[in-house]
Unconditional design. Structure first.
Length: 271
């Protein structure tokens, strides 16, 4: 999901959609400054400041990771005194006035930003375990098309890669998880029946807001080379065939940048 926040109406949408990020956590804050070289003066001239804040939180039965990228920043405060932690949120406060957006991410104003506009990006997934933040240890993809991959499509990609698997469906109460389209386990072929301790759980679901689909892949059992390879193969094919955003931990990566991200983080695993 993507949304640009420019007006008071946009700001109201953000607060309603996120619930003010109630009980969330700031996982990352980054600031960058742009400079342009002025040939006449021979000096670099400031051309704008950008601040991004990544937040993980829960809302409406889903675990979410959101990134707010604020451009045209004119006031930025990040101050943590000894014993204080502004990463833990209650409900953020925000206002719009005189063409400016103001965000207070904590009651003390230790994380405070004034900007021209904000770009909101989010990946969400259903909460399916008693410890919802453990769900972040997955490879998650938020696609922008109405139709996502089918189970057979996943199996075909693995067959072509020389890693055939068979599929076992997981039954869930549709009333409890109405957004889930299908869910089950991908188990490497050739393993003895009853010894499926290592498998990849796959789930296709509908986002709670907006169009598109969500796909989650998670290793079950020990992360041996074979099951990790299943995730790597499917992640590669999904990002090549569908436009969207990947979520690794609390890092959001556009699908077009997935391969280069994997190359830069060659020691990291997608799960």
């Amino acid at each position: 999901m993507r949304h640009t926040i420019k007006t008071g109406e946009d700001l109201r949408w953000l607060i309603v959609h996120t619930g003010g990020f109630r009980s969330g956590y700031v996982t990352d804050v980054q600031m960058s400054k742009r400079h342009l070289f002025d040939e006449e003066s021979g000096r670099d001239i400031p051309a704008g400041t950008t601040v991004s804040v990544t937040i993980r939180y829960q809302a409406h039965g889903s675990i979410r990771v959101a990134k707010l990228t604020m451009t045209g920043v004119t006031d930025f405060s990040l101050l943590e005194q000894e014993g204080a932690d502004c990463s833990s949120l209650d409900v953020i406060q925000a206002e719009y006035g005189a063409g400016r957006l103001r965000f207070w991410f904590d009651p003390q104003g230790e994380l405070y930003i004034v900007c021209d506009e904000a770009h909101f990006q989010e990946v969400s997934a259903p909460i399916t375990s008693p410890n919802p933040f453990a769900d972040l240890a997955r490879w998650t993809f938020q696609g922008q098309t109405a139709d996502g991959p089918t189970v057979q499509w996943l199996l075909d990609q693995l067959d072509e890669a020389g890693l055939p698997c068979f599929w076992t469906s997981t039954k869930r109460d549709a009333a409890v998880n109405p957004t889930i389209t299908w869910e089950g386990d991908l188990i490497p072929a050739g393993r003895p029946t009853g010894h499926e301790t290592n498998a990849v759980r796959a789930m296709l679901y509908k986002p709670l807001a907006g169009d598109g689909f969500g796909l989650m892949l998670q290793v079950l059992g020990s992360q041996d080379r074979q099951v990790r390879r299943i995730v790597e193969i499917l992640a590669c094919h999904v990002t090549k065939n569908f436009e969207g955003t990947c979520l690794v931990g609390t890092t959001l990566i556009p699908s077009l940048e997935w391969e280069s991200w994997v190359t830069r983080n060659s020691r990291a695993r997608p799960v």
